[in-house]
Design a protein around this ligand. Sequence first.
Ligand code: NAG
Ligand code: NAG
Ligand code: NAG
Ligand code: NAG
Ligand code: NAG
Length: 484
Amino acid sequence: MALSEILNRQPGKSTVAFFLVILVSIAAITRWINVSIMTGPLQKKFLLRGTSQTYSSEFDCSLNCSDISPLNSTDNKEPSESCPEYFKWIHEDLKPWKVTGITKEMVEKAKERAHLNIVIMNRRMYIRKFKEAFQTRDTVTIWGILQLLRFYPGKLPDLDLMFECGDVPKIRKHDYARSNASYPPPPMFHYCGDDSSFDIVFPDWSFWGWPELNIKPWGILKKDLQEGNGRIKWSDREPYAYWKGNARVSTVRHELVKCNASEWNARIDQVDWGHEIKHGFETADLASQCTHRYKIYAEGVAWSVSEKYILACDSMSLMINPRYYDFYTRSLLPTIHYWPINEKDKCKSIKFAVEWGNKHMNEAQEIGKRGSKYVQEQLKMKFVYDYMFHSLTEYSNLLKYKPTVPKGAVEVCSETMVCSVEGSMKKLRIDSMVKNPADSSPCTMPSSYYPAELEDFLEMKENLTKQVRTLEESERIGIPTMKI
Ligand SMILES: *[C@@H]1O[C@H](CO)[C@@H](O)[C@H](O)[C@H]1NC(C)=O
Ligand SMILES: *[C@@H]1O[C@H](CO)[C@@H](O)[C@H](O)[C@H]1NC(C)=O
Ligand SMILES: *[C@@H]1O[C@H](CO)[C@@H](O)[C@H](O)[C@H]1NC(C)=O
Ligand SMILES: *[C@@H]1O[C@H](CO)[C@@H](O)[C@H](O)[C@H]1NC(C)=O
Ligand SMILES: *[C@@H]1O[C@H](CO)[C@@H](O)[C@H](O)[C@H]1NC(C)=O
C-alpha cells in the first residue's frame, strides 16, 4: 500500500463542477491564503496567514512527514467547560472492555473487517489501509483525526485502533455474546452503531466536508444554516413536511416516496446527484432548504449524515424510528427535540404530526428550536473534537500494551495531505483545517450512567414516544405532556 494511494484519491467526475465553485470562491480564499507556486512541482509552498494565534505554518511541499516536527503542546488560557450529556455514551460504548482491558490480540482480530489501522505514537500518526472505502471517507476520516492533533497539540496519548468506514455496524452482539468464549468483541471504531452491535461510535467524515456531494465542513455549514433560518419565520414556512434526498438506498426512504401527496401533508423530492453535479449543486444547497415547518428524517443504508442538517433548520424534525445512532443522537428526546414518526404507518403518522403542529404552532416551533439549539450548541466543532479526544483517550486507557508502529504503516500529516491534492479537494482541506490550537482544555467528561439511571432514561424515551402513538390512535390533536 502506497502513501499516494491513500492520499491522492480525488472525486472523479465531480471535479469539473467543483472547479467552477472554486473560481467563484477564489476571492474569498485569497483573503487569507497566499498560494505562491514556485518553480518545479516539488517547490510548491503556501502560507496560512492570520492573527498571531494562528499556526503560521509554511508548507513546503517538498518535505515528507518525517521531516516535519509535530506541534508542541500549548497552554490553555480558558477554563474548560462540562461536556454535553451525550458524552456519557463513550463509557457505554467501551463497556465490553472495562474489566478485561484491550489486548493486542483483540485489536488484531478486528483487522479482517477494518478498512484502516490508525496508530498514534509520540504525536505522529501512522496508517495501514486494508481495503477500499466508498468515495473518500477513509481519507477524510484520517484528515479529521489529524486536525484533532492540531486542535489539542501534544495532548493525545499513544494509541492503536481499527476503523471501519462502511455504512452498517460490523461487530454484531449476536456473534460475541457475553456467555460465549468470543467475548469481549474486537474493538472497532465506526461512524454509527445500533442496539445489536458493539461498534465504538466516532464522528463521521462529513464534519470536515463531503467533497463528492459538495457539502461544506460542519463548522462553516452550521453558520450558513443558522443564517438561513433567519430568512423565513417559522409561521411563514410551508405548512407541510419536506424530505429531499436519495430515495433508492433504503426501504424506509423507498416507502416514504409513497407519502408524496397533499393528502399526507408531505412533499418528497428525489435528488438526482448526476443533475446536481452538472448544475453546480444549485438546488442541493442545504442552507436554502429551511423553508418548511416540518422536515422528515429517514435513514439511508444506516445512519444518515443529513440528521444534523435537518435538525439545524428550526423546523420540527419528524424522525422515522431511527434504528442506527450517531455519536451525538442517543441523547435526543422525542417530543423535546423531534417528533417521532411511526415507521409501520409512515404516511398517516406524518399527516398527523403536521396537523398537530399546525394546530399547536408554539409547541411545534419550540420542538424545532430545541432541535436546532442542540446541534448548534452541543455539536459545535469544539465538542466534536472533544468527543474524539475523550473517546480516543478512554480507549487508550484500556490498552494493555504499548502501541508500536506496525510494519507497512505510512506516516500521515496535515501538511502533505494538503500538498497531495489539487482544486476543490485542496480548498476543502484548507477550509476544514484547524487554524489555531484550542483556547481551552477538552471539556470535563461526565461520569457513566448508573444502571438504573440509564434504564430510566431509555424508559422515559419510550414513554414519550408512546404518548404520541396514543394521540395518533385516538386521532386526538391533544398536547403530549412533554415532561422530562
Ligand atoms: C523523507 O525525506 C528524507 C529526505 O528529505 C529522506 O531521507 C527520507 O527517506 C524520506 N522518508 C520517507 C518516509 O520517504
Ligand atoms: C517544539 O519545541 C522544540 C523544542 O523547543 C522545537 O525545537 C521545535 O521546533 C518545536 N516544534 C514546533 C512544530 O514548533
Ligand atoms: C459463539 O460465537 C461464535 C462466533 O464467534 C458463534 O459461531 C457461536 O454460535 C457462538 N456460540 C454461542 C453458544 O452463542
Ligand atoms: C412528489 O410530488 C411532486 C408534485 O406532484 C413531484 O414534482 C415530485 O416529483 C414527486 N416526488 C417524487 C419522488 O416522486
Ligand atoms: C413510563 O410510563 C410508565 C407507565 O405510565 C410509568 O409507570 C413510568 O414511571 C414511566 N417511566 C418514566 C421513566 O417516566
